[in-house]
Design a protein around this ligand. Structure first.
Ligand code: SF4
Length: 235
């Protein structure tokens, strides 16, 4: 296997030729912030949080997919990189409820992002979808990272219950023909909930607890719902 040597933040590192900049930086214990990237998913460079500056390249490069090259000189926290990440976080905060996304909130502190940078911006506020016994979908908190769609599809479950719908500001994760979850191919494996970074997907019992319901009442309610749901499922 061929190897290449590059410099990241002034430090040399030698890695295998197909290594991404994210992986190469990790070898030096340099942490590059991520948002849509998840180690269980195919990297897709949707969010641009992991962009880095590469000498002699006009555009910032997404470290999750950009591969190393011999002699590359990379800056992971140059002024341009920091400004890009800060603006991205401020835009995200202007449109999305990030109250259940501690990792993103920590990034906002790290990059001195101002939550009130775009006071005129409109926040997405679709209603919570509570249509199945297992989990709720609160897309007001969705950062459109695509992870849930990926694990529901080729990255894990091969179920294809989720997709994008709408365009631009109205873009949202959804089911085909906006069917309620029990009417889709969903098998309630919970993998989408496991990879969601923003609290948009959440176990229903946890959500009911947050709504102030008592644990005993929740158990009783959800058991009864599951019994009803099993009875109404086709044999
Ligand atoms: S629901 Fe969660 S995992 Fe799915 S796109 Fe939104 S933030 Fe990402």
């Amino acid at each position: 296997m061929s190897e290449v040597t590059l410099t990241i933040d002034g430090r040399p590192v030698t890695v295998a030729a197909e290594t991404t900049l994210l992986q190469a930086a990790a070898q030096l214990q340099i942490e590059i912030p991520i948002l849509c990237y998840h180690e269980a998913c195919t990297p897709n460079a949707i969010c641009r949080m992991c962009v880095v500056e590469v000498e002699k390249q006009r555009l910032l490069q997404p470290a999750c997919v950009a591969q190393v090259r011999e002699g590359m000189v990379v800056q992971t926290r140059s002024e341009r990189v920091e400004r890009s990440r800060r603006t991205l976080l401020e835009l995200l905060d202007s449109a999305v409820d990030l109250s259940d996304a501690p990792a993103i909130q920590a990034q906002m502190v790290d990059y001195a992002a101002r939550p009130a940078r775009f006071p005129e911006a409109e926040r997405r506020s679709p209603p919570v979808l509570d249509d199945n016994p297992m989990y709720i979908r609160d897309y007001a908190k969705c950062v459109l990272c695509w992870r849930c769609v990926q694990v529901c599809a080729e990255d894990a479950q091969y179920t294809f219950a989720l997709s994008f719908e709408g365009r631009g500001f109205e873009t949202q994760i959804g089911t085909f023909f906006e069917q309620p979850m029990p009417a889709t191919s969903c098998v309630f494996c919970g993998q989408c909930v496991g990879v969601c970074p923003s609290g948009a997907l959440k176990p229903r019992r946890e959500w009911l607890l947050e709504q102030g319901k008592r644990p005993d009442d929740i158990l009783e309610q959800t058991r009864a719902e599951r019994r009803r749901s099993r009875r109404s499922s086709p044999a």
